[in-house]
Design a protein around this ligand. Structure first.
Ligand SMILES: Nc1ncnc2c1ncn2[C@@H]1O[C@H](COP(=O)(O)OP(=O)(O)OP(=O)(O)O)[C@@H](O)[C@H]1O
Length: 266
């Protein structure tokens, strides 16, 4: 199956200094790939490069093919056309994706309209909005559609952000720490939701997290970054079960020790 995203030998520099070096990874339809590593290891920059949104002053080299288009060296208007169509993103803090002054139903409706316009389809916007809200398990959608973001819980806001991402009907979803701001129960619900959506819509998922237990439940394959370099990658059971690199072993042991400490305290 063709890859939705193929990154080859990606190097990202800021004033000549490499922040990400020689990273390669790919995501195919229906595949869930994790990008892990400590804070500052280059996970978010890799994701931003994939959608052509590196901060000013940074340069990328290597190759990034998103939906069969080369991102590196392309004009922003060409890559911009892929954002919200081929690829959608969700972030740790859903408020960054939401307009605080607009009712949630209206925000999802705008995403539905944009996509319908691009596709040249006519849609029953209201029905599609309610359908998406049901899809992401938002309770009482007809009532909640009239709520403003501040009137919703963190978990509900993240579900709304996921509904907006889905309204784009992306083939690839990039989720950067999407559950980090949520309590453990809501975290598990959102992870299950993402898993179901990826399976049912046959989307690809690039899932970024520093939280190993979360990654362990969310992805099939994992890529480990350390100080901007890829130290290993492979199926989740292999990488977490038999880490080959001492850095990965350290991450796995730290997560295990943390789990045991929590277990002992309960
Ligand atoms: N706008 C920027 N200007 C200069 N350096 C930056 C900028 N953004 C990130 N960096 C640097 O690039 C490196 C990688 O950052 P990145 O945000 O990709 O890390 P990360 O793995 O996503 O971390 P976290 O888990 O904390 O989000 C870090 O050393 C960071 O300090």
């Amino acid at each position: 199956m063709a890859d939705l995203l193929t990154i080859e030998n990606l190097t990202i520099r800021h004033v000549g200094r490499p922040l990400v070096s020689d990273v390669s990874l790919s995501v195919a339809a229906g595949e869930r790939v994790g990008l892990i590593g400590e804070s500052g290891s280059g996970k978010s920059l890799t994701a931003l490069a994939a959608i052509g949104l590196l901060p000013d002053g940074m340069t990328a080299s290597g190759s990034i093919r998103l939906s069969d288009r080369e991102v590196i060296g392309s004009a922003d208007r060409d890559v911009a056309g892929l954002r919200g169509t081929a690829v959608a993103t969700i972030f740790q803090e859903p408020l960054t994706a939401l307009d605080p002054l607009m009712r949630i139903g209206k925000q999802i409706a705008e995403a539905v309209r944009r996509r319908a316009h691009r596709d040249g389809r006519s849609v029953d916007v209201q029905a599609e909005v309610l359908g998406l809200m049901v899809r992401v398990a938002l309770p009482d959608p007809a009532r909640l559609a009239r709520a403003y973001p501040h009137e919703m819980s963190g978990g509900q806001r993240q579900r709304a952000a996921i509904a907006m991402a889905l309204a784009c009907r992306p083939s690839l979803l990039i989720a950067d720490e999407p559950t980090t701001a949520l309590d453990v129960t809501t975290q598990a619900e959102v992870l299950t939701l993402l898993e179901t959506l990826v399976r049912e819509e046959n989307m690809g998922l690039l899932f970024i997290s520093h939280d190993l237990p979360v990654v362990g439940t969310a992805v099939d394959r994992v890529v480990v970054l350390r100080a901007g370099e890829m130290v290993e990658q492979g199926p989740i059971a292999e990488v977490f079960g038999r880490p080959r690199h001492p850095y990965t072993l350290g991450l796995v042991e730290a997560a295990r020790a943390f789990d045991q400490a929590i277990g002992a305290a309960l």
